[in-house]
Design a protein around this ligand. Structure first.
Ligand code: BEZ
Ligand code: FE
Length: 253
């Protein structure tokens, strides 16, 4: 057993035992809790459970909070990332659910180090929901991998991709975590956002999300992941929306 585990586990067990004692939890209730966790595992929903209980946000803060290097704020990854999407400047294909009022969005910025140096070749990997139907994996109308893609930063550190403005959506509600949300009266909505995973040699990987102003769920994201520094204004030019997001990576230790 690792030293770390040896040190942490007694406290984990003491905390669980204290709660069980304080609430006089019965054998029947405990078995129901174990059955629920078994179901969460079978449904592959542990990341989702960590997210909606705001545990992921806490771990993000414990891992990256207090970083005063000037790097862009991190945020939780969530369960929807898929590895190695294609390199492409336009990260989606049109599909049946898109309406003429849905906005095309250009996201642009630079990738630099905390020392202010451009990081050419940095990989900006993004994923998001479409304006209708949520993530590609939930929506039969969308081709596999829709609203997922990677772009490389240019010589001057600049990057750009074309997408569509996402809308608020609900996390999956048809499994055990959905039942849990219903039981405790927590709504399942997330504000619209774009996920980013940004990598460059000799720099720490940044996982984060970008949000947009005036979203009805900015103040009450079901996973509690909104950070003011990550809410980015949208501007309209030539009929399209634009969003500027400069990314600053911390040098690896
Ligand atoms: C997401 O932002 O992709 C997400 C977060 C938590 C649960 C489900 C999805
Ligand atoms: Fe998401």
């Amino acid at each position: 057993m690792s030293d770390r585990l040896k040190r942490v586990m007694p406290d984990v067990l003491a905390a669980i035992h204290e709660v069980l004692e304080r609430h006089r939890v019965t054998e029947r209730e405990w078995h129901a809790a174990l059955e629920f966790l078994t179901e969460v595992g079978r449904a592959d929903e542990f990341v989702l459970l960590s997210d909606v209980t705001r545990t992921s946000v806490l771990i993000d803060a414990l891992t990256h909070g207090g970083d005063d290097s000037g790097a862009t704020a991190s945020d939780v990854e969530g369960p929807m990332y898929t590895v190695e999407p294609p390199f492409r400047r336009k990260i989606y294909e049109e599909y049946e659910g898109i309406s003429p009022d849905d906005d095309i969005l250009f996201v642009r910025g630079t990738v630099t180090s905390t020392a202010g140096k451009p990081l050419p070749g940095a990989v900006v990997d993004v994923w998001q929901t479409g304006p209708s139907g949520g993530y590609d994996v939930w929506d039969e109308r969308q081709p596999e991998g829709n609203f997922r893609g990677r772009v490389r930063a240019e010589e001057d550190g600049s990057y750009e991709f074309q997408t569509m403005l996402p809308k608020p959506y609900t996390v999956p509600t048809n499994g055990p975590v959905g039942r849990y949300l219903e039981a405790i009266g927590q709504h399942p909505w997330r504000p619209a956002h774009i996920h980013f995973k940004v990598t460059a040699p000799e720099h720490e990987t940044l996982v984060t999300q970008v949000f947009f102003p005036d979203d009805p769920y900015l103040e009450n994201d079901t996973i509690g992941a909104v950070k003011a520094a990550l809410v980015r204004p949208l501007e309209r030019h030539d009929g399209h929306l634009q969003c500027a997001f400069d990314i600053v990576l911390r040098q690896a230790a």
